[in-house]
Design a protein around this ligand. Structure first.
Ligand code: SF4
Length: 351
């Protein structure tokens, strides 16, 4: 704060001007760690502007925790929020991630690099000094070990420009530290997966309902990873529609050209109908409550009978009785009488 005096005759005016705060850009995931990183920087007098990244695998709406309620979190933190969608370029990256995938189908190093690229653009746009993230050294197996942090910095051309406030005291000095913008003693020394320190900090900073650890990245989930790998193995460039279909239902790979997905509840049934494309075949029991299923691929027609029996199997149709399945393709519709499939006939196709 500066006081400036203007003297006119015997009248003294005092103008008070705010010292302009230095800006930083935060990668905000909605998780606790990135919120804490923001608070730490605000406490040190920076104006924080947040960037949140959406991908085809996280639309912030699934409620799993990653970007869930991100707008509310940004408002609570009193930061501007810019949302960046990485769509086609993310799918392209996922076809051949330079640094491989983790235990699921998660290309964390390449993914983080893309996220930092987006944050870098925002940093340059608004004239911010550096980027912060809530990464904690050693917390995640793939992207938060020192060598990975180093690779991510190099690949996004941000060497020395990424500050990780929670673990900064354990990491080499960044440009901000060397230039005296931040001090080492103000940085955290958190390492590993425990969350005790973060929970204590959340309390001190008044962060209410801190989200669960672990975020919600679908790509890290082993079961989802199997389905995603199968999709990328069978289709050169999957579409958003195909990726959205991955997120719901029981999935069966019937042959190299054909997939079959069975809804698990009313919401999924509605979503399957909404995702159906011309050429897809929808199946539903006529008289029994049960799933909407979808057959997709070149050999879909050849699999209708089998798919009908599986659809009936997942319906309320009593065991040992036949049922009728309505089979729809575009405007065409037919009814097929079928037995319930026996588990051993279809379980080998389940992903
Ligand atoms: S966990 Fe998911 S969102 Fe996070 S870096 Fe890995 S792939 Fe990206």
């Amino acid at each position: 704060m500066y006081d400036v005096k203007f003297v006119y005759g015997n009248l003294v005016l005092i103008a008070v001007t705010e010292e302009k705060k230095k800006k930083v850009v935060a990668l905000l995931s909605g998780g606790l760690d990135s919120q804490l990183a923001v608070r730490m920087m605000q406490e040190q007098g920076f104006e924080v502007s947040a960037v949140a990244i959406k991908t085809p695998f996280c639309d912030f709406d699934c409620g799993r925790g990653c970007g869930f309620e991100i707008r509310e979190r940004a408002d609570d933190l009193n930061v501007n929020l810019k949302t960046v969608y990485l769509g086609d370029e993310y799918i392209e990256m996922l076809k051949h991630p330079k640094h491989g995938i983790g235990a699921g189908f998660n290309p964390c190093v390449d993914c983080r690099t893309m996220m930092f690229d987006a944050a870098k653009k925002h940093m340059e746009e608004i004239g911010a000094e550096f980027i912060i993230s809530g990464e904690v050294l050693g917390q995640r197996p793939m992207s938060q070990h020192a060598p990975s942090l180093h690779i991510i910095e190099n690949e996004s051309n941000l060497k020395g420009k990424i500050v990780r406030p929670l673990s900064g005291g354990l990491l080499p000095p960044t440009n901000a530290e060397k230039d005296g913008l931040i001090k080492r003693e103000d940085l955290g020394m958190i390492r590993g997966r425990q969350r005790k320190i973060q929970m204590k900090m959340a309390k001190e900073y008044g962060i209410e309902n801190p989200p669960n650890a672990g975020g919600g990245c679908l790509l890290t989930e082993p079961q989802f990873g199997i389905k995603a790998k199968d999709l990328f193995d069978h289709i050169e460039t999957p579409t958003i529609n195909e990726i959205d279909l991955l997120k719901i239902g029981r999935h069966f790979r019937l042959d190299e050209e054909t997939k079959f997905v069975v809804g698990r509840n009313q919401d999924e049934n509605e979503m399957i109908k909404a995702l159906a494309l011309p050429g897809d075949i929808l199946l539903e029991a006529r008289d029994d409550l049960g799933p909407v299923s979808i057959l997709r691929g070149k050999n879909a027609k050849d699999n209708v009978k089998f798919a009908s029996s599986i659809t009936l199997r997942y319906s309320d149709a009593p065991k040992g009785q036949q049922g009728v399945i309505i089979v729809k393709k575009g405007d065409l519709s037919e009814e097929i009488k079928t037995d319930r499939a026996e588990e051993e006939s279809y379980i080998k196709f389940r992903m």
